[in-house]
Design a protein around this ligand. Sequence first.
Ligand SMILES: Cc1cc2nc3c(=O)[nH]c(=O)nc-3n(C[C@H](O)[C@H](O)[C@H](O)COP(=O)(O)OP(=O)(O)OC[C@H]3O[C@@H](n4cnc5c(N)ncnc54)[C@H](O)[C@@H]3O)c2cc1C
Length: 899
Amino acid sequence: MMQIPDLADTTRLDCDVLVIGGGTAGTMAALTAAEHGARVLLLEKAHVRHSGALAMGMDGVNNAVIPGKAEPEDYVAEITRANDGIVNQRTIYQTATRGFAMVQRLERYGVKFEKDEHGEYAVRRVHRSGSYVLPMPEGKDVKKALYRVLRQKSMRERIQIENRLMPVRVLTSGGRAVGAAALNSRTGEFVAVAAKAVILATGACGRLGLPASGYLYGTYENPTNAGDGYAMAYHAGAELSGIECFQINPLIKDYNGPACAYVANPFGGYQVNADGDRFVDSDYWSGQMMAEVKREIESARGPIYLKTTHLPDETLTALENILHTTERPTRGTFHANRGHDYRTHDIEMHISEIGLCSGHSASGVWVDEHARTTVPGLYAAGDLACVPHNYMIGAFVYGDLAGEHAASTLADLEAPQDLPGDQLREAHELVYRPLQHPDGPPQPQVEYKLRRFVNDYVAPPKTATKLAIAVDTFERMHDEIEQMGARTPHELMRSVEVSFIRDCAEMAARSSLTRTESRWGLYHDRSDVPDRDDVNWRYHLNLRKSVDGTMEFFKRPVAAYFVPVPGLDDLPTGGTEPIPVEQPAIARDRQSSAPRTAVAQTPAQPPSPRIAAVLALESPSLDDLAEFLADADPAVRRTAVVALTEHLCDGYADALYAALADDDAGVRRAASDGVRELVEVLPEPVAAQHLVTSPDPVVRSSAIYLLSFRRVGDGASFRAALADPDHRVRIEAVRALVSVDDVDGVASAAGDENREVRIAVANGLGTLANGPSTVRTLIGDPDPLVRAAALAALGEIGCGESDLALIERALRDTAWQIRVGAVRALSGAGDPAVDLLSRALIDPHLDVRKAAVLGLTGWVAQPTAHDALLAALDDTDADVRAYARHALARAAEFAEISD
Ligand SMILES: Cc1cc2nc3c(=O)[nH]c(=O)nc-3n(C[C@H](O)[C@H](O)[C@H](O)COP(=O)(O)OP(=O)(O)OC[C@H]3O[C@@H](n4cnc5c(N)ncnc54)[C@H](O)[C@@H]3O)c2cc1C
């Protein structure tokens, strides 16, 4: 039997950036940190080559925002809706705007994504709006490709990988993360790591609930993800958020593998009940949909199936080629052993055990848009970090953000020398305690008991009584866990995992008890408080370990939305300060009544009849509207503002300007829309000058729009608006500076962090036909859409010989927008452009060909251009043919006139 190692024999490792977990987010964090010059130590409890959720591959990207196919703002709105409004939109926006560059980076690493016959990414639609699913026909090789990059010589020199080394606690000093204490699960060695920054990327808490099969490791999630990072972040003092919003997924019954509806449904599969009736019309797996699925399974119409038998043979063969090779390659064998075939049998589905996972839901360590937790020096990325519905591409994006930010801090930090002795001692005690009583209850028994309690008392439908029993039980199980026995390093690893699961179970039960409403469909279904309460619970529920070691809760206000989402826009309160929340009392006695926090239930109000009264007014005067504009109900005021802009009664302008300062965001937005609609006719536009300092960015940007459109604003205030915290205001400021021909002002925003602002700069300089050096800098921008806009601007400014090589390269870029930009750049070039434009006429993307035909129109008198345009008359696209015909006709007219 293994002996307890002496604490004095602790092995010490040093690095700049410590990455814990070598899965999706962790590998990307390590690569990016190393690319930025950091010495990285990557610790993985399994083996990086084939660990984590990607281990068996991935059959598609669930959330790729591909330029030209979807808009980041639409994605942000979709995820805001899917999450019932409780989101920090800025964190989601990062995934939306950086996902495409990540897809391209992965392509460079050798990962394959599905493309159509034009070489375009073949995104499919499963969400309620927008197409974000990008299949990966060879997704089984993702981890292999990543590992190859990690092991390239340049990376090997900077990234030290230690497999089978499992951190159990993050070490802190003066409130800052300075390293970790770890167990080697092969040798039993105790290891202390000193680091300037620590990135947690340990994935979901997949071993929280017990699968219906009863197998401890037969979970939906990768079973090595036992909630380690959630527990480590908690004990390091970091905030966690939305822990009551569980992950529950659709499954293949008895197999516990994903149902893969995202793969099958775009091919024509769908969910039916036992009567063969389709019962959900959206394919997006939200909590609402999971509630419907559970109801259907438990009803007389259950069980439910993934219907495939109606699909043609070639479709099913294509499906099998994906489903039986990636994610769960045993799937084909599972069906075969039962004598099932997609041609003859629809596939019975079920729902998974509960887990914590932001990748599929929303529960995680609280992070900002740079993956920073609330503990300085500690980052979180991937399923562990609270960025809702972030999935694989979000894990990569946040790994990248964490790696980049962590590396950027190194120069200002001293390497930790002495590590905190008391914390090392506690971690040592936590790891090796089971060796003190090797005959104590073994880990599988204790874990089974713990997780069965999770199923019985924490899984939805939840009630205060059941949750109180759960809290009581998990507290009691502290002692049982302390009595667990182990004899080998491997058993020690498993034992400490049980302590992580216990911590997560307590957080899940207490959070669920504290949020006294129902939200997110099945994920937080409180059958004792079944309604959503948008008055008392329009907040994130966050928790952390207090100084006295107890779990404390507070509400964090939802940050102001920068993408409006009708129906949810009133959720952000405008506040920023956390609000402490008392946890409901835990009733420990069967006789006492179940704990109830008296949350005032505000019944849903029907729309005010006064809205109808406004709408009934035929040609209202300002006097008619005055009482509605001052109504207590914002919906009535909103309607009155819309009526103002429709009827333009005498004196309407002052009322419209006044509505821009209304207390309600919806009223202000209606007034802003009115200003934009009436921009040409609004009297006294100068009255909007003071609104450029409004607290509402929607109002600020409308004011700048009005002032610049009517040419009454001053350049200095437009320049000042470039420093606005909201990117929409900065975009408007750039456009305003264009309107006053302020080239330097426009160019000064070229380094803006927001890509839409940089695109506005490129477009603006193109309009001004000026700022060549800035435009050339933007051609090297990391974002493809900025590069595309800058190339187009070069066409307006005029490009020289020296630009041709760069344009030629851009014409071969994989992003069609860049190829369009390159074609437009050529319109500013001399004669060498003709040859390149003629070649662009065979581009697979019709927008590139269209742009090329337009470009060639200027040279139609040249024989090469003329011949190319003649050939374009046979193009498969009607627009391209029409443009070519038009160009040739003009050339003929011109020739006649010259004759
Ligand atoms: C079955 C399944 C199917 C999915 N399908 C899709 C899909 O089709 N499309 C999509 O976009 N997304 C999909 N996802 C989601 C996506 O895979 C995840 O969101 C993403 O991979 C999570 O990355 P991560 O780095 O957070 O976790 P992981 O990739 O799981 O990495 C976590 C790593 O941390 C290690 N670790 C854990 N604890 C410790 C510790 N204490 N010390 C050291 N190492 C530790 C683990 O061994 C693991 O390697 C799927 C997920 C699952 C589980």
